[in-house]
Design a protein around this ligand. Structure first.
Ligand SMILES: [Mn+2]
Length: 332
């Protein structure tokens, strides 16, 4: 019997990147605003590895660490202001420099910039790049970096890498989950971390208002064949006292509907901009649509941000997706 195993094509860590890390002393580590588990987990794991190499580290996240990830080792070392000069900047899990900050010029803080990412759409920024679209999370790449640098991944780094993989694979549910992902996770668990404890800290600490938001997402949802969408207005958020960071999981409700292949969640932020999140659970790529609408991401998870009013964004997005789904956009 032929077993169809999804193989992971991995990109090797470029030699010049290990050389640069070995030969420099101080590092700025950063990732995108509104950071997710991969952004936080991968930079904290990388910081842990650099510390083991006796390097100086400065961690910067403009929006800080979301509450649910604050239990991670080194989370208390994250700065929300950027000060100082460093030899090298490592930008992780970030498609472009602008996503780090709209107002900061990273170039003024270090003479060299390295881009470490797994987004297939990642820009050509960075003096050196380690891009691996086959990696389920940048955390996987940090693990590969540790090996290339000959640094043992201890319990602390393992916990951070585990969280980055857990969250970017939707708890090992999404199509980026491979045998390699599980093997790597098993190795991390062997460092002594408790998967049930970590899952509980991340997924079972919802407030009643977050659950009410989920109810609102269901209430507003439209299911149209293989497509489903829901919209959250800024008024709704304000009424519930929630910030943008509280929405992780809301899109999964839309995605979980039987028969739905493409899920869309429109979120109006306090500044009026509409953030659109797209998810696919089939071979249909939401990345093309996201790109056409000015965003990026992955084939199964993408998004874009616009200043258009909500009704316009919804109309434009749904029309495009209907077209794509109806034109035989699904390839088996
Ligand atoms: Mn990621």
């Amino acid at each position: 019997m032929k077993v169809n195993v999804k193989m992971r094509k991995s990109e090797a860590v470029p030699d010049e990147i290990t050389d640069i890390i070995n030969s420099n002393r101080s590092f700025l580590l950063t990732s995108h605003r509104n950071p997710d588990g991969d952004a936080v987990g991968s930079i904290l794991a990388m910081a842990d590895i650099l510390k083991k190499m006796k390097k100086e580290t400065y961690i910067f996240l403009e929006d800080g660490v979301p509450e649910i990830y604050r239990f991670l080792p080194h989370a208390d070392e994250v700065n929300t202001i950027l000060e100082g000069n460093f030899n090298v900047t490592l930008v992780m899990d970030c498609e472009n420099e602008k996503r780090v900050s709209e107002r900061i010029d990273l170039r003024r803080h270090a003479r060299m910039l390295i881009n470490i990412d797994h987004h297939p759409t990642t820009g050509s920024f960075g003096d050196y790049r380690y891009i691996d679209p086959g990696a389920a999370a940048v955390g996987e790449q940090v693990y590969a970096l540790a090996r290339a640098l000959d640094v043992a991944v201890g319990r602390d780094a393992a916990e951070c890498i585990y969280v980055s993989i857990l969250t970017d694979t939707g708890s090992f549910k999404y199509s980026n989950t491979t045998a390699h992902t599980h093997r790597l996770a098993a190795g991390l668990i062997e460092q002594g971390l408790q998967p049930a404890d970590i899952a509980s800290r991340i997924y079972e600490r919802r407030s009643i208002d977050q659950l009410r938001l989920q109810a609102a997402v269901i209430e507003d949802m439209t299911v149209d064949g293989r497509l489903a969408w829901s919209a959250i207005s800024s008024d709704m958020l304000e009424a519930l006292g929630l910030a943008e960071a509280d929405f992780d999981g809301a899109i999964d409700i839309v995605r979980s509907v039987d028969g739905v292949e493409v899920a869309v969640l429109f979120t109006q932020r306090p500044d009026g901009k509409v953030k659109t999140s797209l998810r696919s659970k089939s071979k249909f790529s939401v990345l093309d649509a996201a790109r056409e609408l000015g965003g990026g991401g992955h084939k199964a998870a993408a998004g874009f941000l616009t200043t258009d009013p909500m009704p316009v964004v919804v109309e434009k997005t749904i029309r495009l997706l209907r077209e794509r789904l109806g034109q035989g956009g699904v390839h088996e």
